[in-house]
Design a protein around this ligand. Structure first.
Ligand code: RP5
Length: 156
């Protein structure tokens, strides 16, 4: 059984299927850390009702952390954060016009009161690790997975 087939603890949302090739680095890392996740494609601009419904129900479905990936005027993380009490980690997508600076600034410059943590442009793998670290603060199996990861990095 893959981590996407178990009861999800991490919810991944992305603005377009064009974000998937980058975000596969996130799902690969969640698999490596044995973190169950769900994945949805929904846009703050094109399908706002779908974003609202998914984000507003996430905590009650058992999700503990949300990862939101988007590019250009990347409002997705902030919109999701508006509808959930869960922590939101944003992944700004690299873009062809402005290299991802557009996505980064849209995501990271949240007004006071609605935080979105933000990894590097295309930082999909780090978003997965960060989500596992949040889970690891209260769930020993994920703390152990992060400890293992750090040991492996130190030995490489
Ligand atoms: C955002 O617009 C998506 O997250 C994507 O990064 C960007 C471009 O989307 P497409 O035009 O490729 O669907 O909503």
């Amino acid at each position: 059984m893959t981590e996407s087939e178990k009861s999800p603890l991490v919810g991944i949302i992305m603005g377009s299927k064009s974000d998937l090739p980058v975000m596969e680095k996130c799902t690969e890392e969640l698999e490596a850390l044995s973190v169950p996740y769900e994945l949805v494609i929904a846009s703050a601009h094109r399908t706002p009702d779908k974003v609202h419904e998914w984000a507003a129900g996430a905590a009650d479905r058992g999700i503990k952390v949300i990862i939101a990936a988007a590019g250009k005027a990347a409002h997705l993380g902030g919109v999701v954060a508006a509808f959930t009490p869960l922590p939101v980690v944003g992944v700004p997508m690299k873009t062809s016009d402005l290299g991802g600076m557009d996505s980064l600034l849209s995501m990271v410059q949240m007004p006071s009161g609605v935080p979105v943590a933000c990894v590097a442009i295309n930082g999909a793998k780090n978003a997965a690790i960060y989500a596992a670290q949040i889970l690891g603060a209260t769930m020993p199996e994920f703390r152990a997975a992060i400890d293992n990861l750090k040991r492996e990095m130190a030995e490489a």
